[in-house]
Design a binder for this molecule. Structure first.
Ligand code: SF4
Length: 470
């Protein structure tokens, strides 16, 4: 009798070795109700990485596909193979839903977890000429970019900050986001008032990780609770559209997800919560990538368990990059919260509970909701699609005046790192960053290969590929 493997083999992909970043063939397997990536580097040996704790949800991500949308131009040729050709090279399978524009590496905080390694000691500000060049490249790539996110460092410390905002506004960008730690917003009411004058089509992406001093000290290097409170007060005063951005670390602040969502629902200015899991990535002693990683499926389950709003039919994969993005929508109607996404499920007949309104199981509404998710995670597209959805709702209870103020979305946004890196998946990445030389690069590969001196390692890998060819 032949013996069976103790796992199910699902597929083969390419990853990279987490030590040397050379490409490594990887199997995706199912074992004990979990999905793992198993890969082997010819130099550094085997690795086993946890990919998902929920087999059913993992397979569901594969069903959420739609034809890939392309940018208007490609910037680099296919030469060394993915991920060494960014980009975007013609092998990429998604345009930029969101493009980051970093305008400085200076910051008024010094967070231990900063991927850009920004700090008060770094003091370079990009010139207006450089920023204009980068913005023009984004527009050249996208025509009318969905979202440009002004980022840093801390972008509000740039001496020409408002001029840069004007430069963004004067280009055909549908939605501008400001990625900020909120320090200036908290300390300067007049600054917040001026920011609010850039609405509509402008939103704050506010760092908001925890209500606990010890957690904030570990993630941010300081107890910034007062700063967060003051920032939210000013943002509420001017009803400046805000997304709370939670950097989530396993075992540290993952018990606070529900509390942050509930808090966000009560704030006038807050339109949603985006949760970005970080990986310990070897900094912790005894770190085991096969067990210690925070996966999308775990974060999704925490939202379901803790939020009191969303259930398993509400947080669904986003079709533009279903491995790494999951999203759920709700409507804020005064004190009522109405979860919407569950209506995509044909078999689910919605019953109202204490904080929802009863809906018909209407296929038109479900179709509209799928359309809503399929438009990606752009706030502007979600607002527009919600508007068309709301035309179909047979609800006397829904007020006539519903707009972006009523939208509340929860997003899980995972970035691939050297452990879970998957070439199949990274090609679908739709969160990109503009390189100072004008290339548009997936955020995942940028942090691994293209940021600052990391390109030296990339050059080494490319030289090896050329040598192997010769
Ligand atoms: S990640 Fe995309 S842009 Fe980069 S090499 Fe791969 S396919 Fe090309």
């Amino acid at each position: 009798m032949p013996k069976n493997r103790p796992y199910l083999y699902h597929e083969l992909t390419n990853s990279i070795c987490s030590t040397c970043y050379r490409k490594a063939e990887a199997k995706i397997i199912e074992e004990n109700g979990r999905i793992y990536m198993v890969k082997r580097c010819l130099v550094h040996g085997p690795e086993k990485v946890l990919i998902s704790t929920d087999v059913e949800y993992y397979h569901r991500t594969r069903e959420f596909v739609k034809p890939s949308e392309m940018p208007q131009i490609w910037n680099t040729p296919i030469k060394y193979g993915c991920p060494y050709d960014c980009g975007l090279c013609p092998d990429h399978e998604q345009h930029s839903c969101l493009t980051l524009l970093e305008i400085t590496d200076h910051c008024n905080m010094k967070c231990p977890i900063c991927f850009a390694e920004s700090s008060p000691h770094r003091t370079s500000y990009r010139s207006l000429e450089q920023i204009a060049f980068m913005l023009d490249r984004i527009v050249e790539n996208e025509g009318e970019p969905d979202i440009v996110q002004i980022s840093g460092g801390e972008p509000t410390t740039h001496p020409d900050f408002f001029e840069i905002l004007e430069m963004c506004k004067s280009r055909p960008i549908k939605h501008i986001m400001l990625n900020t730690n909120g320090v200036r917003i908290a300390q300067d009411r007049e600054f917040t008032r001026r920011l609010a004058s850039y609405m509509p089509g402008f939103e704050i992406y506010l760092q908001f990780d925890s209500f606990e001093a010890s957690v904030l000290k570990e993630l941010r290097g300081a107890d910034v609770r007062r700063i967060r409170e003051d920032a939210i007060r000013h943002l509420n005063e001017f009803n400046l559209s805000t997304t709370l951005v939670v950097t989530l670390k396993k075992g540290l602040n993952d018990h606070e997800i529900g509390k942050i969502i509930q808090y966000g629902l009560k704030q006038r200015a807050v339109r949603g919560v985006t949760i970005q899991p970080i990986q310990a990535a070897g900094r912790l002693e005894g770190y085991d990538p096969s067990t210690d990683r925070l996966t999308v499926s775990e974060v999704r389950q925490m939202i379901i368990d803790q939020s009191g709003v969303f259930n398993e039919n509400d947080i669904l994969p986003v079709p533009c990059h279903p491995d790494c993005l999951a999203m759920g929508y709700a409507l804020k109607l005064g004190k009522q919260v109405l979860p919407l996404t569950r209506m995509i499920e044909p078999e689910v007949l919605l019953e109202g509970d204490s904080n929802t309104i009863v809906f018909e199981n209407d296929p038109v509404i479900r179709g509209k909701l799928f359309e809503l998710l399929s438009t990606g995670h752009s706030p502007i597209s979600s607002a527009l699609s919600l508007k068309s959805l709301l035309c179909c709702l047979p609800l006397a209870a829904v007020p006539k005046q519903i707009n972006y103020d009523n939208v509340f979305r929860v997003i899980i946004m995972q970035f691939l790192d050297a452990y879970n890196f998957d070439v199949r998946s990274v090609k679908k990445s739709c969160v990109h960053i503009v390189h100072p030389d004008g290339r548009i690069i997936p955020f995942d590969t940028y942090n691994l290969f293209y940021r600052d001196d990391k390109e030296q390692l990339l050059e080494e890998r490319k030289r090896e590929i050329v040598t192997a060819w010769e």
